[in-house]
Ligand binder design. Structure first.
Ligand code: ZN
Length: 399
């Protein structure tokens, strides 16, 4: 089944995943859990622990992980969707499904800016945002949770527009800077309006992404005061290191590192954040589908890059793409915790890696092999068509 509605199957479900060899919680405070079994009832985690201590009776689906690792489903904090599982930016279909095969179960729109003929007048941009919010919440490509409906602000907007957008279900702003507003004072005023009505904000950071977009430097970023500093490592062109340091030190906002940015600047930001004791602020995205294309393994590649070249323990690197993002963006995913959404990735060291364990392989810069993805307690994909083959692959023993 390639596509389905958010509701999933009818009737109660109970998923049991057993023989888990390594449980990565997504929580920087305790990235590894001592447990081998997870139970999820009706799409939510209901128990985590040792198989012998847990009630696994009455399972509707049982998965044997065969010793492979489990992580929360990965979150891509920065994507630009358009309609369903199609993007005109690189003329691709099924890019969301491809990302699911890279372990991504939740995506966050930074603006539906690739919509052909994107409206820039106030009525039009509000209509597009509300349409995207409605469309992506009613239709999930391959089960992936796409948080979309992210208007790009323009000078003509007034406070009442933000109130209306919020009342209509819009919870995000698109990247500030991709529209007409590129100055600090206007951005600051509109971010405050957005925040007042519960809308989260992000900003394009760095040089223009393509001809026609603009530079957003440290002064604009700091004055705007968004909740997230979108691609602080540039998308594509990063600010000079001194400006990146000023942003890290000058605010408490999320520091987003994207695959579509400057890799050296991503490593520089990671180093500053760690020195400041602010690793919890670092979150990961791809910025896909962007100029560098659709990046189905973009989040995994960022995890490997930051862990190997950035010298970050692999179990912590996974937190940057799961728990950190979930906490910052107030999502009920991203952590292995009772009550959270049962969104998981089962993965293992890729075949013929120089390492013998998953964590060691990521530290060496390898991409893990994904064996299964699960969203809301339902198996969405089995052996990934995009990652290298995993050594140990989970099987469904009862469905
Ligand atoms: Zn951008």
């Amino acid at each position: 089944m390639a596509h389905d509605a958010p509701s999933g199957p009818q009737g109660p479900t109970k998923l049991v995943i057993r023989n888990i060899g390594l449980m990565l919680s997504g929580d920087l405070n305790k990235p590894i859990l001592e447990a081998d079994t997870i139970v999820a009832e009706n799409g939510r985690i209901s128990a985590i622990g040792r198989f012998k201590d847990i009630d696994t009776e009455g399972a509707t689906t049982t998965v044997d992980a065969h010793g492979a690792a489990i992580t929360p489903g990965l979150i891509d904090s920065h994507v630009h969707p358009v309609v369903g599982d199609w993007t005109p930016r690189q003329s691709q279909i099924n890019w969301i499904d491809s990302s699911l095969h890279g372990g991504v179960t939740t995506m966050i729109s930074a603006g539906e800016v690739h919509f052909p003929g994107r409206p820039r007048d106030v009525v039009g941009l509000k209509a597009l945002a509300i349409t995207a919010q409605r469309s992506f919440s009613a239709f999930r490509a391959s089960g992936v949770k796409m948080h979309a409906g992210a208007p790009v602000i323009e000078h003509e907007m007034e406070e009442n527009d933000f109130k209306e957008l919020a009342a209509a279900g819009v919870k995000l702003l698109g990247e500030i800077g991709l529209g007409g507003v590129k100055d600090g004072p206007t951005a600051k005023k509109m971010v405050a309006w957005a925040r007042k009505y519960g809308i989260q904000s992000t900003i394009h950071t760095g040089g223009p992404s393509i001809a026609g977009s603009g530079l957003i430097d440290k002064d604009v970023v700091l004055e705007a005061g968004t909740d997230v500093v979108g691609h602080i490592n540039g998308g594509h062109t990063a600010l000079p290191d001194g400006q990146i340091r000023c942003i890290c030190e000058g605010c408490k906002a999320g520091l987003e590192l994207v695959h579509n940015g400057n890799e050296r600047s991503a490593l520089y930001t990671l180093r500053i954040a760690r020195e400041m004791g602010d690793l919890h602020r670092v979150i990961l995205g791809t910025d896909g589908p962007a100029g560098s294309g659709v990046q189905p393994l973009g989040i995994l590649r960022m995890i490997s890059l930051l862990s190997s070249v950035g010298d970050l323990p692999a179990e912590q690197a996974f937190c940057l793409a799961t728990g950190n993002t979930a906490k910052m963006r107030d999502l009920d995913v991203g952590l292995l915790e009772v009550g959270r959404s049962a969104d998981f990735v089962i993965m293992d060291v890729a075949q013929h890696s120089g390492a013998s364990t998953l964590l060691e392989s990521v530290r060496l810069g390898d991409i893990p092999g994904i064996g299964m993805t699960i969203i809301d307690g339902i198996v969405r994909s089995e052996r990934s068509r995009n990652t290298p083959p995993a050594t140990r692959v989970p099987t469904i023993v009862k469905a």
